[in-house]
Design a protein around this ligand. Structure first.
Ligand SMILES: Nc1ncnc2c1ncn2[C@@H]1O[C@H](COP(=O)(O)OP(=O)(O)O)[C@@H](O)[C@H]1O
Ligand SMILES: [Mg+2]
Length: 242
């Protein structure tokens, strides 16, 4: 293991970050900190900038202004960060083989892969389905397999983009339980959702986005009990932010 990979990516700090694509500001004046605590939940209506913020935090998008630092460094290879996109694509192989592939891609030695495959399948409750073709798993099972694949990188920070968006309540609960287990292992989770109930169940911190800007951010307890911004009150009251 290199020295660099032992350095922490945390905290991740955004300082007055703006991202402009095709002349349109899709993130504007974003300042926030992701610290090594309970999960941070990004909430906000469709198109508010959640996915863009996750991609920027992962280091996949260059910023147009401001800066992002990872553990105080402006450049940090994403070796200990992982992102699970909203519509993950499974390899046309078994569930176990999908994880094995991710472990190989993450540079895990061949001899170490099999125990890790079993450990990750167990963590996400898919051990009984280890040999099933991944593309024949249910939606919820595929999301759990994607979580296991993301964890193959042994990340210190895990970004999740609406992992429960198209799932029924039982499958959603299974994902949320795994997110809690991941967080309890000391992995920082930053997760986008448009489901307020989910945010309430999982969040340590909340970031509410609207039109690429932060409306309000802070500890979840305070946010839900006594939101300060008018738009935050409206959003919590179930009104549409347009
Ligand atoms: N590559 C891009 N080019 C132009 N506009 C984009 C691009 N990516 C995202 N956007 C726009 O930026 C806004 C925020 O998008 P996104 O981050 O996907 O929001 P969310 O995940 O909250 O739904 C949307 O209006 C979207 O259309
Ligand atoms: Mg999105």
């Amino acid at each position: 293991m290199s020295v660099r990979s032992l350095e922490s990516d945390l905290p991740i700090c955004f300082s007055e970050v703006g991202i402009v694509t095709s002349g349109v500001a899709i993130l504007d004046d974003i300042s926030l900190t992701f610290s090594a605590d309970a999960p941070t939940l990004l909430i906000g209506p469709n198109g508010s900038g959640k996915t863009t913020l996750l991609r920027a935090a992962m280091g996949l998008l260059p910023v147009s202004r401001g800066r992002i630092t990872w553990g105080g460094r402006e450049v940090s290879p994403p070796t200990r960060r992982a992102i699970m996109f909203q519509h993950p694509v499974m390899l046309r192989r078994s569930a176990a083989a999908n994880i094995r592939y991710a472990l190989a891609a993450a540079g895990v030695e061949r001899a170490e892969r099999e125990p890790r495959v079993v450990e990750l399948l167990t963590l996400v409750g898919l051990e009984p389905l280890a040999h099933r073709p991944a593309r024949r798993l249910s939606g919820g099972e595929q999301q759990r397999l994607s979580l296991a694949r993301a964890l193959a990188r042994d990340p210190a920070v895990l970004f999740l983009d609406e992992p429960t968006a198209s799932l029924d309540p039982a499958a959603t609960k299974a994902i949320e339980d795994i997110v809690r287990a991941i967080s309890a292992r000391g992995i920082k989770v930053v997760m986008a959702t448009h489901d307020l109930g989910e945010a309430k169940r999982l969040a340590g911190d909340i970031v509410l986005l609207h039109r690429g800007r932060i409306i309000e951010s802070g500890p979840a307890e305070r946010f839900f009990a006594a939101p300060a911004a008018d738009d935050a009150k409206s959003f919590l009251a179930g009104e549409l932010l347009i």
